[in-house]
Design a protein around this ligand. Structure first.
Ligand SMILES: [Zn+2]
Length: 240
């Protein structure tokens, strides 16, 4: 079985699911990580400069050092960060109802949809996309999540992964998941290995983030994803 992980930025997949990814590769599974906004300076959040060529290239180089050691395949779609990223009011609107995008972001979304349409995703592939808790809505993440939810709505099951270091799922999400019979799946790993792997992202990883990632791992006992296993669950979640 193939694992396909959509990573809004270079680092999201490994920070969030790095332990599981290393395990899957060791088990001989094929793991493909599709970095969407790889021209962006990634997880620094809103308020930071959205694009810096040298920095984004450095990030990609750091990530590439993981290939020989751990074996996942990384792809880079090279979109710049969304134009709405630093816009607080737009962010609020998108957080509230998600579909308020700038024209430039609509274009990125369309290009990303076209990309998905051109891919051949094996029916047995398992898809992982970011969960994006509303209170932490980052437009890049929302674009990736919503585009994938729409594209895969009548196709494969979808796993929503909790993005680290920021993701702290709140009670409204917990309630929603419970009410809608969306089950959590916990992946445990050798945390020392994950820690070692994510240290490769030297230009990005802040000490406080590493602490958060480890704390979350310890409190859950693993890396958590939520399984959307039918079309109704995917469509409902998109409108949640
Ligand atoms: Zn990100």
């Amino acid at each position: 079985m193939n694992k396909i992980i959509f990573s809004p930025h270079v680092d999201d997949a490994m920070f969030s699911l790095g332990g599981a990814i290393i395990n899957w590769v060791e088990q001989g599974l094929s793991v493909r990580i599709i970095n969407v906004f790889s021209n962006s300076v990634s997880s620094r959040g809103f308020g930071s400069k959205s694009t810096d060529k040298a920095e984004s290239l450095a990030r990609i180089q750091e990530e590439q050092s993981l290939v020989s050691k751990y074996g996942p395949i990384f792809e880079y779609l090279n979109y710049n960060s969304s134009g709405g990223r630093g816009n607080f009011f737009l962010r609020k609107l998108i957080s509230a109802k998600k579909q308020m995008l700038l024209n430039s972001d609509k274009n990125i979304k369309k290009e990303f949809e076209n990309y998905l349409r051109k891919q051949i995703f094996d029916d047995a592939s398992e898809i992982f996309i970011p969960l994006v808790p509303q209170q932490r809505a980052h437009i890049d993440h929302l674009i990736v999540r919503n585009t994938c939810l729409e594209y895969f709505s009548d196709k494969q099951h979808i796993n929503l992964y909790e993005e680290l270091p920021y993701c702290n799922i709140d009670s409204s999400y917990e309630d929603y998941m419970q009410k809608n019979d969306i089950t959590p799946i916990l992946y445990s790993c050798d945390y020392a290995k994950k820690s070692n792997a994510i240290s490769a992202y030297q230009t990005e990883l802040r000490p406080a983030w590493k602490v958060n990632i480890e704390k979350q791992y310890n409190s859950l006992g693993g890396e958590r994803v939520w399984l959307l296993d039918n079309m109704k669950k995917k469509v409902d979640f998109l409108n949640f």
